[in-house]
Design a protein around this ligand. Structure first.
Ligand code: MG
Length: 248
């Protein structure tokens, strides 16, 4: 069941979104060669605490960290570690969920570390474009499948693939609500969007094939061919005429 939110609830989610905006602003000047993925998670923890928010990823489903920090060929759910030192040329995605006044916001950015190869900058840009295309399409009366299809097609046209195992999702009082929002789909299928739906739209784009392996830690999802991937996500609310981004 897709939970429709009141404008009051959407305002509360926007407050949770502001916490993520601040986290990403601090991270963009903090991330550089020599920083560890644990340093990133610690900065997130401090920022959320300072802003009076809960870090909803911490311990979620047993996740052993306080942020998903995924480097290069890791697609999602990278576990922060003091041993994982970022190097020049890496790309790192930081996926965060805050909870404030009982409501969640979920967003992800992929940051270049130092001087990054042109091909990897292009991967990051195309991933962001996939989101923009979906966001611009989103409005009452269109099918969810229309958006999912557009994301997958933009990735495919650029020579990339998208994973099947991980998807976007509805969000609100719960971190994960209905509907699932895959990064591929069939136009004209799935639920019709309605005003008051709140959705975490999150293109994950892979340079190579979309075959994944989960490491023995039970979380880290890594490309089998070890080519790089990027991830970009915002929480959006469907409005009367379109959609509003709550995390940017
Ligand atoms: Mg997320």
């Amino acid at each position: 069941m897709i939970v429709i939110k009141s404008s009051r609830e959407i305002e509360l989610m926007k407050e949770a979104g502001k916490v993520l905006i601040e986290c990403f602003a601090r991270l963009s000047s903090f991330i550089r060669p020599g920083v560890t993925t644990l340093d990133i998670a610690n900065l997130v923890d401090e920022t959320m605490a300072e802003m009076g928010a809960e870090n909803a990823e911490k311990g979620y489903g047993g996740f052993p960290g306080s942020a998903c920090v995924s480097v290069n060929d890791v697609l999602v759910h990278g576990i922060p570690s003091a041993k994982k030192v970022l190097r020049d040329g890496d790309i790192v995605s930081v996926d965060l969920v805050s909870r404030l006044n009982g409501y969640h916001a979920d967003a992800c950015r992929t940051f270049p570390v130092g001087i990054v190869k042109q091909e990897h900058l292009r991967l990051i840009s195309v991933t962001e474009e996939c989101f923009e295309i979906a966001y611009r399409m989103a409005k009452p009366g269109i099918h969810l499948g229309d958006i999912c299809h557009a994301i997958g097609e933009h990735a495919r046209k650029n020579g990339y693939s998208v994973p099947r195992e991980y998807t976007g999702h509805g969000i609100g009082r719960e971190m994960h609500e209905d509907p699932y929002i895959p990064n591929y789909g069939t136009p004209g299928t799935g639920p019709l969007l309605e005003k008051g739906m709140t959705l975490a739209i999150e293109p994950m784009v892979m340079e190579g094939k979309n075959a994944l392996r989960v490491l023995a830690d039970g979380w880290t999802a890594i490309a089998r061919d070890h080519r790089y991937s990027a991830h970009y996500e915002n929480t959006v609310a469907i409005t009367e005429t379109g959609a509003e981004i709550l995390t940017r």
